[in-house]
Design a protein around this ligand. Structure first.
Ligand code: IVH
Length: 687
């Protein structure tokens, strides 16, 4: 294929993929099968590999992520991102309307109403139809450049639809959000893994946008609604026209907006959405009312903080009052004690609420709870209802003050509280039943060692008969230990236990799957250990970076936080885990049973860490390798790739067609700039 032919084919594929992508993610229509779609994407990928000069920043292949940014560049907004003044009262809406009327003497005006999406504000900058930059709101004046992460959001166009009528340069703003379903699925998985649950979709979306590894962001399925357009050259007269313009240009606009002739109509709109908004795929917390005509917007102008032409009406969070019947405790796999409010069932935002998490002892104290109190419960952005206060008027005179338990409700051991932590723990790691059981269940789950033929009842049976005490004991089990093993099964119907025994075939299945589990790769074994805050994704990161358990367990706290995506909390937890001799012994035993404690095929590479500790920025295109190949090669030799030039950078690898701005910045900061050949020399591959 000639270069021209390749370019033509690449251009066509990009347009086609973009088209099907928009149809799927914005119109929910699949015109072609997933298989067909993947095939197009793969053929684009392979063409881009052969002709890296045609690998465009706006190619849909960029959406899978892959860039790792240690710290995001701060960018000053072209136009400050202001907030809106808020109100919870209709009266204040009429007051606002009066101010608008006064500011627009003898003029007719209309309002444009939209839902207030509860996500993370983002500003997107386009030039010549191509997304240049995505920036978070930050403090309103400057935000973080999170372009690689924004590119993974399928409903954000990287390149505008052909034939759109948008100007050469413009800004759109909107709200990045995590659809409630996606959020619930992540939390369901976290619950199954015994990890801390995420608080709400908004915080999760915000945390996700700031992740360093864009390929993780790509897996998180964020979405985005746009609601604001601004360009230097005037192209529209009203906000309504602006919304239609960006909608036609391929941006994702929620169809929930409405033009209203006056404040009465706007209030009807508010009433209409008050309940209906729960049917939307994302959280909303109010309505935004904007003066429609742009000329009138500028006449009204801004205060220091917010526009005078818009106001947000916020819905009150749904609440109810009910009786607190009891406070019970749950013991997690890590020994953490969670107090739970047992409530008189009450209907709230469409569901019956019977229980609510109370988080920890401080929270109970803060609320001043007593058993028998009438408490307020709320369901806001959070999925799990919250107890927000006590109705003191309804408090019976004889209620006793609440005393938090001092003993583990499961094993009776005295609870401890680690310094600086609010949560109580049961320190009886070795014998507290829910902890022992929880650790083994965590270890055998599908995402870890995948020994799921071993059900929770069988594990209980093995524990009860003293045949296992920890995950390593599983590997010492013989067929005879399992065949005929008696275990208890709870029947909801009878509300009692019955005794069963394990059949020969099941016993053999379990033995086989325990043996097969030794083939699970290092990252799964690591995840299976159940180290606090080390979920499946973090395990993958750790395994990919440290390559084997020795390197990992011998790393200092400082070395741990250096690793991609590893923050202080995780580093601390890792150190605490590895500093405990019991955990080291467990690892040693698992190792002797033949489990994998290093990344396969990486051993040979050891010793060739010539780029150890060095950081690189790759820019431009190269003769002998693609940028991805160069990145892998840097990593394989112990170096690190970052995306932006700072004074701490060691090398800039400069290829053809690299931007002059980058080069200038590197020169200014005295960064060593090297060529592709220099780089090959460094790793000893330049022949
Ligand atoms: S308009 C100059 N429209 O609410 C005003 N904002 O409190 C630009 N928001 O930071 C904002 N939905 O993150 C606008 N339909 C909507 C919105 C919306 C959510 C957020 C936005 C803004 C905050 C203001």
């Amino acid at each position: 294929m000639t270069r021209e032919e390749a370019k033509k084919k690449i251009d066509r594929l990009i347009d086609q993929i973009d088209y099907y992508n928009t149809r799927y993610y914005q119109d929910s229509v699949s015109e072609i099968s997933d298989y067909e779609f993947d095939r197009m994407l793969k053929s684009l990928e392979s063409l881009e590999e052969q002709f890296p000069e045609f690998k465009y920043v706006y190619s849909p292949t960029q959406r899978v992520g892959g860039t790792v940014t240690k710290s995001f560049e701060t960018v000053v907004h072209k136009n400050a991102m202001l907030s809106l003044s808020n109100t919870y009262s209709e009266q204040e809406l009429f007051d606002f309307d009066k101010r608008v009327a006064k500011g627009l003497p003898d003029q007719q005006y209309e309002y444009f109403c939209e839902l207030k999406f509860d996500g993370v504000a983002i500003s997107l900058w386009y030039e010549q139809g191509i997304l240049q930059r995505a920036v978070t709101r930050g403090d309103g004046t400057q935000g973080d450049d999170i372009t690689p992460n924004a590119k993974t959001i399928r409903s954000i166009p990287l390149k505008l639809k052909p034939g759109n009528s948008l100007p050469d340069e413009f800004e759109v703003r909107g709200e990045v959000f995590m659809p409630r379903k996606v959020f619930e699925a992540i939390n369901a998985q976290k619950e199954a893994d015994g990890e801390t649950l995420l608080a709400n979709p908004r915080n999760t979306a915000s945390g996700t946008l700031k992740m360093q590894d864009s390929s993780v962001v790509a897996g998180r399925k964020l979405d985005c609604f746009l609601y604001y357009f601004q360009s230097e050259v005037p192209v529209v007269a009203t906000h309504e026209e602006a919304i239609h313009l960006i909608e036609k240009g391929g941006f994702n606009v929620s169809g929930t907006y409405k033009k209203c002739r006056n404040m009465q109509e706007a209030i009807a709109y508010i009433k209409y959405w008050e309940q209906k908004r729960f049917e939307l795929p994302l959280d909303t917390d109010g309505i935004v009312i904007k003066v429609n005509r742009l000329e009138q917007q500028s006449q009204l102008g801004f205060t220091a903080k917010s526009p005078r032409w818009a106001i947000a009406y916020k819905y009150k969070t749904e609440g109810a009052t009910t009786r607190l019947n009891d406070i019970t405790y749950q013991v997690g796999r890590t020994g953490a004690i969670t107090p739970v409010a047992e409530l008189e069932p009450v209907l709230l935002a469409g569901t019956t609420v019977k229980r609510a998490s109370l988080h920890n002892a401080n929270e109970i104290e803060r609320l001043g709870l007593r058993i028998g109190d009438f408490v307020h419960v709320e369901k806001g952005g959070e999925i799990i209802p919250k107890v927000t206060g006590v109705d003191m008027d309804k408090r019976a005179p004889n209620l006793e003050g609440f005393k938090y338990t001092e003993q583990c409700p499961e094993c009776g051991t005295g609870l401890i509280r680690r310094e600086g932590e609010a949560v109580h723990y049961c320190p009886n790691e070795e014998a507290c039943p829910p902890q022992v059981l929880g650790r083994i269940e965590h270890f055998i789950q599908r995402k870890a060692m995948d020994i799921e033929s071993l059900g929770p009842e069988t594990i209980r049976g093995l524990l009860d008969h003293g045949r296992i005490k920890d995950p390593a004991d599983l590997y010492g089990l013989q067929f005879e230990d399992l065949n005929g093993l008696e275990f208890k099964v709870y029947s909801e119907k009878k509300a009692d236990f019955s005794v069963r025994s394990l059949r020969e075939k099941s016993a053999q299945n379990i033995i086989n799957s325990i043996r097969n589990s030794k083939e699970q790769p290092f990252e799964r074994v690591l995840f299976g250990l159940g180290i606090r805050y080390v979920g499946a994704t973090v395990s993958e990161k750790l395994a990919g970076y440290f390559k084997d358990i020795h390197a990992l367990q011998n790393s200092t706290y400082e070395e741990l936080v250096e690793a991609p995506e590893i923050g202080e909390r995780i580093a601390e937890s890792l150190r605490m885990y590895f500093d405990n001799p019991k955990n080291r012994r467990l690892i040693d035993r698992l190792m002797r049973y033949g489990l994998k404690f290093n990344v396969e095929g990486e051993k040979e590479n050891a010793g060739n860490n010539v780029l150890e500790g060095k950081t690189f920025v790759i820019s431009g295109v190269f003769e002998n390798m693609s940028r991805d190949e160069m990145e892998s090669s840097i990593k394989a030799h112990g170096g690190k790739v970052v995306s932006s030039i700072s004074s701490k950078l060691d090398y800039l690898v400069a290829g053809d067609k690299m931007g002059p701005a980058k080069l200038e910045k590197a020169q200014k900061l005295n960064i060593t700039t090297i060529s592709e050949a220099d780089f090959l020399d460094m790793i000893g591959e330049n022949d």
